[in-house]
Design a binder for this molecule. Sequence first.
Ligand code: NCD
Length: 452
Amino acid sequence: MTEARTGPLRHLVSIDDLSLAEIRTLFERAAEFAADPRAWSHLGRGRISASLFYEPSTRTRLSFESAMLRLGGGVLTAADMKTSSATKGESLADTVRVVEGYADLIVLRHPSEGAARLASQYSAVPVINAGDGSHEHPTQTLCDLYTLWIERGRLEGIDVVLAGDLRYSRTIHSFIYALARFGANIVCVPHHGLELPDYVLQRLREEYGAEPVRADASRLGDLAAQSDAVYITPQKPHQLSLFTEASGLKVEHVDAVYMTRPQTERHTPEETTADYLRLGHATLKADVLRDAVVMHPLPRRDEISQELDADPRSIYFKQAARGVPIRMALLAALLGQIELGDAHPPVGPKLYPAPLANPCANPTCISRTETRHVQPATKLLSRHPLRAACGYCSQELTFGFVGCAEDRVYWPKESGEARRLRPERMVFLRDAPLAEAAGFRAPVTAAVVPPS
Ligand code: NCD
């Protein structure tokens, strides 16, 4: 149904697909929509969105569908993909190419990291990532940022505590990238063993210049009692008056505490959630939290005690309700009905096809779970040292050697020859035996001719 859309095709795979100016415009439009939600039914008239949900959802799916209906459009729902052709072995790429013929936009939730990127490569209509494994959940982030923007009036310089399962919460990953880009300070209070993944930390450092430093979180009371808190700030540590190398950075004031549930469905058997963090009256008595709002993407289990529901600082149900106007704004924008006003929106990462072998070791990456239609792809992170990430799940690749797809010679990753290869020719190889087994050969070193 491409003819129904005006303007260039845009997807929302990562929160990085929107510029900060565009996110601010979405807030402003969402506020207008929220003021009179029934006044906008002309914006989506004649348009249809399809919800493709391969994982359970209540808020995300229903708020998307409510938003589309408020805009005057229609919705198609495949909420339980167990009743779809996926159970007959249909690939995601094929499903997307069928559904684009039925709808003007696809909202996709899938258990594999990178699924939305794959869908966007095959779809002629906009694809919105409604959660891909533990990777990203950009529209929850829009809802979270919009909530903070309303509650605090700004995002720059605010202090946000992120607590709980920071490893597998996709809401945390998209949120932390956006907070860093807006110049917020972030205090990470992970459940022990469920710290932020390295690839997320690297990206915060390298792409957004946000520096993690040790935090002295003693003033957070029992919230941080069992955790090694980390403070992530857009400023360099030496510029921080409250920072000393020895004790870390003193957490002095908090604007928001964002709690997440343990993502048990993605845990390994070794990852335990006994003594998981729990917010209750006692925790919120800490002076530093006196006017912090309490947020949660929901669903909650026991990590926020029900006794907090009546506390005026608890805003998680308001936060969920705000998912509708912000999604109305996003849908209207991707359907070409409102302008986001940035002449140079982000273009997305430059990906290179990975020839010959899939270098991604993440078993739940879409490049591993759906091999039929995925051409593995990589993103070059740096040449000095040579580092690369999977183009789908963003996880950093582990490799000792790089082969050249043309001449089939492999080089140690530290060598100048490896670094000088064109990215589209690079084949990332874990070790030498694997390189040999894949048909690569070691370089022939020129014999040294002794001087006569
Ligand atoms: C989140 C999700 O699906 O990642 N839920 C949501 O969309 N509001 C959070 C969660 O499941 O913990």
